[in-house]
Write a protein that binds this ligand. Sequence first.
Ligand code: SF4
Length: 172
Amino acid sequence: MTERIASLDWGATPGADDDRRAAPDAPSAARTRIERPLRFRPHHFLCSLGFAGAGYDDNFTVNMEEIVMGLLRAHDGDGVEIEVVAGADAICAPCPNNLGPDCTKSAKVNALDARHAAALALVPGERLSWGAAKARIREQVQPGDLTQLCAGCEWLELGLCEAALAQLHRKT
Ligand code: SF4
């Protein structure tokens, strides 16, 4: 199962054009364009868990704050429904690397998706709540695993995602 998931084409983006077209022109525009269910590519489950306010630029950061702080970490955030997608998602929408037919960092992010999808047993089209996603992270990703799962990510060395993962495990 894990090998089959990892071998899926996580760069294939059926329907992902919607997210590219949704890129806002200004930070405030991001607030009105988050579709439900949330569309997440696999590695953005753990990115959302570890998000601490840093991003690639203002548009990206405001959009991710709206998703993570405004939805997932709201009092009813565990009930937010998320659909797993291949390719650009709700977090990618305003990213400065999300240009043209494909992300300028597609090789790196598709590799991240393949590893995270295998670790969390996520498949395209699957829907799960944020609460269920956190439970799956707790069950299947152990503190220290991000060194391998997130290899190549520029945010890894900050340690914020590992700290959030450790905190999630401490809550059990
Ligand atoms: S280290 Fe990078 S890929 Fe891994 S969870 Fe954090 S932001 Fe996401």
